[in-house]
Design a protein around this ligand. Structure first.
Ligand code: ZN
Length: 203
């Protein structure tokens, strides 16, 4: 399986990182080894002093497809979840400055938190989902898929022009404002439409 991630999909997060608003979605991949195993703590990697949480809505692909049209994209997933795209911001900044790929800053072991999945039917429409992340009980990020620059179905159509989507592939749809560093012993809890989908400890 592969993990396809979208960057800069919310204007407020683009502003906070002083990034340019893209004309096309920013796309990158994480390897399957980046998935944080269920029940495991997240270990801050030695190569970074500034690992940030990015809470994101996730979609799990359940049909093979390529060149999917936006109007049919909804047929390619029936589960929605929530996760964290952990990012070594210091390393990413260095790589970005040199125009180099981000993989080391985004694809390291444990960098993809994938929470519980919910059936699409049990939730409001995919473009009207509220979600949040708390750190040690305090809300640090909250967002709504209403504010996405590219909606989930548009993202599926876009990425499927480049990559064949296969059953089990996961799409990370970008983070809203409020990204920030994690520290030893932090507890991160992700909630989608009032349902807690993950709770992880930072070590
Ligand atoms: Zn992200």
């Amino acid at each position: 399986m592969k993990i396809i991630c979208i960057g800069r999909n919310y204007t407020d997060h683009i502003k906070e990182l002083s990034n340019e608003k893209p004309t096309d979605p920013v796309v990158f991949l994480k390897p399957d080894t980046s998935i944080l195993l269920k029940g495991q703590p997240f270990f801050i990697p030695e190569f970074s002093q500034d690992v940030h949480h990015e809470v994101e809505i996730l979609v799990r692909i359940n049909r093979i497809g390529k060149h999917i049209q936006t109007k049919f994209a909804h047929k390619y997933y029936n589960e929605i979840g929530l996760g964290i795209d952990f990012t070594a911001r210091d390393l990413q900044a260095k790589l970005k400055a040199k125009g180099l790929p981000w993989e080391k800053a985004k694809g390291f072991d444990g960098a993809a938190v994938i929470g519980k999945w919910l059936p699409k039917e049990s939730l409001p429409h995919v473009d009207e989902l509220n979600f949040s992340l708390t750190k040690n009980g305090k809300t640090v990020q909250s967002g709504s898929s209403r504010l996405m620059l590219w909606k989930v179905d548009e993202l599926i159509a876009y990425v499927s022009q480049f990559f064949t989507l296969k059953i089990g592939d996961i799409l990370f749809t970008g983070t809203p404002a409020g990204v920030g560093p994690v520290a030893l012993n932090d507890n991160l809890v992700g909630t989608l439409e009032g349902k807690e989908l993950f709770s992880i400890k930072v070590k």
